[in-house]
Design a protein around this ligand. Structure first.
Ligand code: AMP
Length: 114
């Protein structure tokens, strides 16, 4: 989608530190990491938010989750633990309107979130 920063990252129109990519998803370093490990997992297809997930997109969502254990291994947090977060909408803290999963780890993460 035109003017979507994460579509531009997926299309390599703007630079990012990509750590994994396949036909469906791109995983890259968050530009403002909140933990020693902080990557974003995005579908290449533009999906605005969790609110736009439906049965047609179930395959993409399933694919994201099936990649997470291997990503966690690659990032060195598979054993220590990690958190996967999706912010949705204004109150959820979503600042980029392209569905993304934060994978955070490398330190003890507080709960509940603020
Ligand atoms: P959210 O607040 O859940 O929408 O998360 C958006 C995330 O995207 C934030 O953690 C930002 O630091 C990150 N971000 C924004 N622009 C970029 C970029 N160009 N490259 C990498 N991460 C970005």
């Amino acid at each position: 989608m035109k003017d979507c920063i994460f579509c531009k990252i997926a299309n390599k129109e703007i630079p990012s530190k990509i750590i994994y990519e396949d036909d469906t998803i791109v995983v890259f370093q968050d530009i403002e990491p909140q933990a020693p490990v902080h990557v974003l997992i995005i579908p290449k297809q533009h999906i605005s938010s969790l609110n736009d997930i439906d049965e047609d997109k179930a395959g993409i969502i399933s694919h994201i989750f099936t990649q997470i254990p291997d990503l966690a291994k690659e990032l060195g947090v598979h054993e220590s633990g990690y958190r996967v977060v999706v912010n949705c909408g204004a109150d959820g803290g979503q600042s980029v309107g392209h569905l993304h999963y934060h994978l955070l780890g490398g330190r003890s993460l507080t709960w509940p979130p603020g």
